[in-house]
Design a protein around this ligand. Structure first.
Ligand SMILES: [Zn+2]
Ligand SMILES: [Zn+2]
Length: 596
């Protein structure tokens, strides 16, 4: 009888379904070593053997239970604290727990020891001494926004030094692979082999090696892309999130994980410090109580507005004043960056008669070429200002802008960001690669300001600040922003060089309108015929929770939920979504959608 196992493991099989959220109980054989919370195991399920994660262990009667077959890898991939964050995320993003558990694990099975760091840590002054001290003492600290523009390496060196010296790890999350790689390279000049770079683009075995090293060793500065937010990383004593408001900081696929939420949650549970680094904090971070530290001077370089209302109808996309500014730099042998709103983005239109930008009379969004609002579906009709009926685009796509510039400055002078030419043309995705220029130009601020979602203004400021920041520091450097709304408060903010007052005002408005961060939003998108779900969706309306929709288009039907807290709806949805999926309906949940 003494060989009878008494240890029971609760195992969540790695199957992407809500049906296995609670996991199943298995007996742990007495001779099976190394089973702990977070272990990857193989277990029998029905007639198969599947991989699973141990979420808890208990002593008890094992008679009648199936047995854990084996343990995979040398170490657990999460512990009880990280599991708490994973459970929170499963609920918040309405995703099966097993999907989240998989996000903590490295691409391959974790094995070995990893390479310990050996290089010395140079002394550097921290821009946030209290935060760095808290990190060094492994204490929680109030999350803090350090308002700054790129390059960020010096800030990170200052923030991280103390924590590394006191044997903590520091994790830095950056939006894109190339930016993470570049930052890691810069940091290595200070911290040598303590800097480890991890991204989705490095081979799985290398990413796994760094995953293991971070877990086994301390004093590491781990720089990576958003997916590392759920990696254990040896429980960093300091998290640094660079430009948390970038779109890449939120996963496009389900679960639509948002880096700042995951990091904030982990910091709270694991008692660590968080710094958000970037020129324009998000409303969400500010509203959730982050402290802010701003430099005394301007955060980004000076901005001049070019008023499109001065141009006669039928003008070119590039205003006369802008062309003159480009010509000046071109003649002097300098470099110019011309920013075009994202590829495939519709430009803003203006009324030919009164030259005001065209807006939806219902919701204020800027329309594309069609007759109906792309945000609310309302009929657009004539100009809201003067009842004029003729409109012309204010901006243009990349191709037309390049043509226009080539006509003015010659084919040889104009090219893409990597071309090394004098006049560089690019979109949002090119921003990280723009070399420091003598002049940067945003051609169509209005298409950003009038984008058909509630965050349009805030996003416009964030993107335009990044355009400004491409201008090299120094005398005679300029940034021009073309607009038909020179009085717009977002542009006043851009000119002021500071955003915090403006962001605070926006938070008040969102409170008034019941929009995030003052409320929660959740979008539910279904492919194909969804009429059968209408009643069930309507039933989610409850107390302060409102259900909007259905809206149909492009073969999809969409609802969204809005309320001060959607906690109960999220729990209810887990059951409903599973039932719909079992019935073959394709369902996509977007927690905190940003394009409504
Ligand atoms: Zn008009
Ligand atoms: Zn509208």
């Amino acid at each position: 009888m003494s060989d009878e196992p008494t240890l029971i493991a609760q195992v969540v099989p790695e199957l992407p379904t809500f049906a296995v959220d609670d996991g199943f109980s298995y007996a742990v054989p007495a001779d099976l070593a190394g089973v702990s919370v977070g272990s990857i195991v193989r277990v029998p399920l029905g007639s198969r053997r599947v991989r699973g994660y141990v979420v808890s262990l208990r002593e008890g009667e094992t008679e009648g239970l199936k047995t854990v077959n084996s343990v995979s890898g040398d170490m657990p991939v999460f512990d009880a604290q990280i599991l708490e964050t994973l459970r929170w995320a499963a609920l918040h993003y309405v995703a099966p727990l097993s999907v989240l558990l998989g996000r903590a694990a490295p691409p391959n099975l974790p094995r070995g020891k990893g390479r310990p760091p050996a290089d010395p840590i140079p002394a550097a002054e921290s821009p946030l001494p209290d935060l760095s001290a808290a990190a060094a003492a492994h204490r929680h600290a109030r999350p803090t926004c350090l308002v700054a523009t790129s390059p960020y390496a010096d800030h990170v060196v200052g923030l991280a030094g103390q924590a590394l010296a006191s044997d903590g790890n520091v994790a830095v999350i950056v939006s894109t692979v190339d930016e993470a790689k570049a930052l890691a390279r810069d940091l290595a000049t200070s911290f040598g082999d303590r800097v480890r770079y991890i991204s989705s683009s490095i081979p799985a075995k290398d990413a796994t090696k760094e995953w293991v090293a971070a877990e086994r060793h301390s004093g590491l500065l781990i720089v990576g892309t958003p997916e590392i937010a759920l990696w254990p990383l040896g429980k960093p004593s300091l998290w640094i999130v660079v430009e948390e408001g970038r779109r890449a900081m939120k996963a496009k696929q389900t679960p639509t994980l948002q880096v700042r939420d995951l990091v904030r949650r982990r910091a709270l549970i694991e008692r660590t410090a968080v710094a958000f680094l970037g020129p324009v904090p998000t409303l969400d971070t500010l509203a959730k109580g982050a402290a802010t530290t701003e430099p005394p001077g301007r955060v980004w370089p000076l901005v001049e507005l070019v008023d499109r209302r001065e141009d006669p109808p039928g003008s070119r996309v590039i205003a006369g004043r802008t062309t003159a500014a480009i010509r000046q730099v071109h003649k002097a042998g300098g470099q110019v960056f011309v920013f075009v709103s994202r590829r495939g983005y519709a430009p803003a239109f203006r009324c030919v008669k009164c030259r005001e930008p065209r807006r939806c009379p219902e919701c204020g969004a800027g329309p594309d070429r069609g007759d109906r609002c792309r945000r609310c579906g309302n009929e657009l009709g004539p100009c809201v200002e003067c009842a004029g009926r003729r409109f012309e685009p204010l901006g243009a796509g990349l191709g037309r802008v390049v043509e226009e510039l080539q006509r003015s400055f010659g084919t040889e002078a104009v090219g893409g960001i990597g071309s090394g030419r004098q006049v560089l043309v690019g979109t949002e995705r090119d921003l990280p690669y723009v070399p420091g220029t003598a002049l940067s130009v945003a051609l169509d601020a209005d298409s950003l300001l009038l984008a058909p979602h509630y965050r349009a203004e805030e996003d416009a400021v964030r993107i335009l600040v990044r355009v400004c920041a491409t201008v090299a520091r120094g005398r005679g450097r300029r940034c021009l922003v073309q607009t038909a709304q020179p009085g717009h408060r977002a542009l006043a903010t851009l000119r002021s060089g500071h955003s915090l007052d403006y962001l605070t005002a926006l938070i008040r408005e969102r409170e008034r309108d019941g929009l995030p961060p003052a409320s929660e939003l959740l979008a539910i998108e279904v492919s194909g015929d969804a009429t059968a779900l209408t009643d069930e969706m309507a039933a989610l309306e409850d107390g302060d929770v409102r259900v909007h929709g259905p809206e149909s288009g492009g073969g999809r039907t969409r609802w969204f939920l809005q309320g001060e807290s959607l906690q109960r709806s999220r729990v209810q949805l887990r059951t409903s979504v599973q039932r719909w999926r079992d019935a073959g309906i394709k369902v996509r949940i977007d927690a905190d959608p940003i394009d409504l």
